[in-house]
Design a protein around this ligand. Structure first.
Ligand code: NAP
Length: 544
């Protein structure tokens, strides 16, 4: 389908895309194919988004490689060969580089270009976008493709800036791999990034101290080389597989248990958990239908994992510190690791429980805790996470109709229609925004769906001869209420997680992702389009 450009005069570009990760690259490809004049602005010095920045040792995706890849090109998916079950960061980055070259994307991407502000001009119905270098560009439409986990957070610990050694954040890892041989390394944070980095850092450093505030539930990845026969078999039915994935629960074809964990015997339950533990990966959490809905059901899965931790970790005192408590398994994102718990059996690896003995200060030589214990360090690794889901968008001073600031509109939490648009901000699209499945799904599947939906919408606008589109406030209110209602029926809000903004002091506590499932959500978006976009207002340029 070719929408064609709407006008040759007017804005510098038809569409400005912010971010050149999975979302920005596909947005450029799809919209340019549709005939729009598209420009991508990317703050990094390379493409890849998350996979450009998060190059810490052990960085690996927790979605299997053959699913964590674009489906828009049958030729691409046949040609590209993944080498491991779960792709490591360098391989994902190489894949994205290949995609960018194969589809000639680089010529429309400006690297090293950070967007600082975006202001909607009501009169001309265009966006004026400002960069950190002070340049201003205009576009009819803006696509926010900056990612859900791309605004890294440093911990608020006194003395961090006095540390004499090197400070490394997992999400800003240097391109030249630091030499850790002989170093005493400290890691703060045991979420997905910390859990993946710790086993590799333990191999490289002379001594590793892990500062853990909340013990997390971690599942084994059982990563392995991808069997070429398995890959070939999937490739033979890739189209059909992709279609099923698009209507699945989370963008991966997992066996979701249909039984309640409470209606089977303890032996049957443990057999199911053990089978899934042996398979590896996040599929464990789908063992029974009510694990994320019923606390008693959830306890059975949590207890199983607690038992595994006690089995793996030799020192019972260390094992007890690693055993999570106080929140349901899955309410904070489960991490998928390679040898995380067993790392604590290595000599030279120490676990400090900073909930029991809080970090008092970082000083030039290391970290001191409240008990007076001192931990001398040469290198400090911050695996302290992100201002998730809204951080990247709100880092830009976005102003919509009548100068309304997005930060002001979202002061009590993000409000969107379908996670794709927000009322008062015409012609602005959020890829995998809050209120869509986003981080609860295979991101690539959700990204492709959002980009295609936006591209189809722009095509439909063009056919109407309109060039302005905006979410209706009543449609947005209904969507926000629906998203909240769905999350309240689950255990998700019971974890102090970044899903809720709980990791950022002062951030409103709102459960941000849509929990109703990828397939249900996609059907809803398709219905909206089929009905002619009833939740949106569109405008004719002649009316301006
Ligand atoms: P995270 O899950 O937010 O974990 C941050 C960790 O730092 C938590 O353990 C947190 O403790 C701790 N922390 C933060 N501030 C602290 C402080 N002042 N003192 C002590 N500890 C502090 O961040 P992340 O590990 O970077 O992961 C974020 C998300 O990115 C993941 O959930 C996942 O969605 C994605 N990710 C995915 C992969 C993958 O695909 N395998 C890999 C990495 C990241 P509390 O829990 O107590 O707050």
């Amino acid at each position: 389908m070719s929408a064609g450009r709407q006008s040759s005069a007017g804005p510098d570009h038809d569409v400005l895309v912010i971010g050149a990760g999975f979302a920005g690259l596909y947005a450029l490809h799809r919209l340019r194919t549709d005939g729009w004049r598209v420009r991508v602005l990317e703050r990094g010095d390379g493409i890849g988004g998350t996979w450009f920045w998060n190059r810490y040792p052990g960085a690996r995706c927790d979605v299997e490689s053959m699913d964590y890849s674009y489906s828009f090109s049958p030729e691409l998916e046949q040609d590209w060969q993944w080498t491991e079950r779960y792709p490591a960061q360098p391989e994902i980055l190489a894949y994205l580089q290949h995609v960018a070259e194969r589809f000639d994307l680089l010529r429309d991407i400006e690297l090293g270009t950070e967007v600082t502000a975006a202001e909607f001009d009501d009169h001309a119905a265009l966006w004026r976008v400002t960069t950190a270098a002070g340049a201003t560009v205009t576009a009819r439409y803006v696509v926010m493709a900056g990612g859900n986990l791309s605004a890294p957070r440093d911990p608020d610990i006194p003395g961090l800036d006095t540390f004499a050694g090197r400070v490394l954040h997992t999400a800003r890892w240097p391109h030249e791999e630091p030499d850790l041989a002989g170093a005493r390394v400290g890691v703060i944070g045991t979420g997905s990034s910390g859990t993946q980095a710790v086993p590799v850092l333990a191999e490289r450093a002379a001594h590793l101290t892990v500062f853990q505030r909340t013990a997390n539930f971690s599942l084994p990845a059982h990563n392995q080389p991808l069997d070429p026969e398995v890959a070939a078999e999937l490739k033979a039915r890739y189209r059909d597989h992709r279609e099923q994935v698009r209507y699945s629960r989370n963008g991966q074809l997992r066996a979701w248990g249909e039984r309640s964990a409470l209606e089977v015997t303890p032996e049957e339950r443990d057999k199911e958990y053990e089978a899934r533990w042996q398979v590896g990966g996040g599929g464990f959490i789908g063992a029974f239908r009510d694990l994320l809905a019923d606390e008693r059901a959830n306890d059975t899965a949590a207890d199983f994992v607690r038992g595994k931790i006690r089995e793996i970790v030799h020192d019972p005192a260390v094992a007890e510190r690693l055993v999570p408590s106080g929140f349901p398994i899955g309410a904070k994102r489960v991490t998928v690791d390679t040898g995380y718990y067993a790392t604590y059996n290595r000599p030279g690896v120490e676990l400090v429980d900073v909930r029991a003995d809080p970090i008092e200060a970082i000083h030039p030589g290391g970290i001191r805790t409240a008990s007076g214990d001192d931990h001398p360090l040469d290198v400090l690794v911050l695996a302290t996470g992100f201002d998730a889901m809204t951080g990247a968008v709100l880092a830009i001073d976005v102003r919509g109709r009548d100068g309304l600031a997005l930060g002001e509109k979202w002061a009590a939490g993000p409000r969107t229609y379908l996670g794709l648009l927000t009322a008062g901000f015409p012609n602005l699209f959020l890829i995998t925004g809050p209120g869509s499945p986003s981080v609860l799904s295979n991101m690539v599947v959700s990204i492709e769906q959002h980009v295609d939906w936006v591209a189809d919408l722009l095509g439909a606008l063009g056919e109407r001869g309109h060039d302005e589109v905006e979410a209706r406030p009543d449609a947005e209110d209904r969507w926000v209420a629906h998203v909240n209602e769905l999350s309240e029926s689950t255990l998700f809000p019971r974890g102090n997680s970044w899903y809720l903004g709980a990791n950022v002091p002062g951030k409103p506590r709102v459960f941000m992702p849509y929990v109703g499932g990828v397939g249900t959500y996609r059907r809803h978006c398709e219905d909206v389009a089929a009905q002619g976009y009833p939740g949106l207002t569109t405008r004719d340029p002649a009316a301006r």
